[in-house]
Ligand binder design. Structure first.
Ligand code: FDA
Length: 308
């Protein structure tokens, strides 16, 4: 699925021919930031917060990086006046890290500062997504330098990686906002857990570290990026036992994935955020969602049939 997501010919074909397919609209708010804002407002009325994501990843062309950065900055300006959370997720590879670290760091600093300067009420966040293993150390260093510069930054950590326990401990000590996910990539046994039960067990271990008293006292804000009902139930119980009040941590899910679970958690008083992608480059994102649940594959077939 990752190879399919990164195949530029297929991406062009799908995006040109089926811009409004069921596959796209299931997982993506729409092509424009206005679509994302409208969807965010609708979700807000259901007690669901959002994190906007401007689609476009693994960009190796500087002009395209510039276009991504301009798109993200325009989105920040538009969201600022719209009475929805100013919470933006960014892939380092979409803003220059796939070309050159310094170029990427300068771009991300512009984005972080733009978020910091806004006076919108509520939690303002630049959430760094985590990509494949090449990006992990660089993204953690980027997070730490933005946090040291008093930018409202948060970071995603993947439970499938063996190194993540050390990373979570260090980030918890800093009082960081960490979004824990299982990981959308496959690693080698030397660096990664490869069996599903091992990844799940590590997720639980890392979640416990994030919900420790030490993390709470350091001012950490845990975010659990998962649709795993059992894990969510267990960590909510652990949070209660450890004195984490509702609103001091959150569960985050992907727009379009398990909407009934999203709504029932929100109705039960859990803070729930949805990762809300928007933009024209929907194919690589949507196809990765398929990889997470092969039962979704029929959506591809439908998308192809729809354009005939
Ligand atoms: P798991 O895969 O075990 O699924 C739990 C249940 O949810 C199952 O019943 C499953 O069928 C259902 N489900 C999961 N995905 C589904 C889908 N697409 N469609 C339908 N049902 C589905 N990864 C990464 O490497 N870097 C990142 O930065 C991020 N960022 C991120 C943000 C947020 C908010 C989320 C929720 C996820 C990510 N991910 C990610 C993806 C993450 O690593 C992981 O691949 C998926 O969330 C699937 O794992 P679950 O924890 O949901 O468990």
């Amino acid at each position: 699925m990752i190879a399919l997501a990164r195949n530029s010919a297929i991406t062009r074909f799908m995006q040109d021919l089926v811009p409004t397919s069921g596959l796209a609209s299931r997982f993506v708010a729409g092509a424009q930031v206005e679509d994302a804002i409208q969807t965010a407002k609708r979700l807000k009325s259901q007690k669901l917060s959002t994190s906007a994501f401007f689609l476009g990843e693994y960009v190796t062309d500087r002009k395209k990086v510039d276009a991504n950065v301009a798109g993200i900055l325009a989105a920040i300006a538009a969201i600022d006046g719209a009475e929805v959370n100013l919470h933006i997720s960014v892939d380092p590879s979409q803003v220059g890290y796939a070309i050159d670290d310094e170029f990427g760091a300068n771009n991300i600093m512009r984005i972080a500062k733009a978020i910091r300067e806004k006076t919108v009420s509520g939690r303002k966040t630049l959430m760094l997504d985590m990509e494949d293993e090449d990006y992990v150390q660089r993204t953690i260093e980027l997070h730490n330098s933005l946090a040291d510069a008093a930018c409202p930054v948060a970071i995603t950590i993947q439970a499938y990686l063996r190194r993540s326990e050390v990373d979570v401990r260090a980030l918890a000590k800093r009082g960081a906002m960490v979004r824990l996910v299982k990981g959308a990539f496959v690693g080698s046994p030397q660096t990664a857990f490869t069996a599903r039960h091992e990844i799940d067990a590590n997720y639980r271990r890392l979640a416990s570290l994030m919900l420790s008293t030490e993390a709470r006292e350091a001012g950490a804000y845990p975010v659990f990026g998962t649709h795993d009902e059992k894990i969510i139930a267990a960590l909510r119980e652990e949070a209660r036992d450890n004195g984490w009040m509702p609103g001091t941590y959150e569960v985050e899910m992907l727009f379009g994935v398990r909407p009934i679970l999203q709504q029932s958690l929100a109705a039960d008083g859990c803070s729930v955020r949805l990762y809300l992608p928007f933009g024209r480059d929907w194919w690589p994102y949507a196809v990765r969602r398929l990889g997470e649940n092969p039962r979704n594959v029929w959506l591809v077939a439908k998308a192809l049939i729809a354009q005939k």
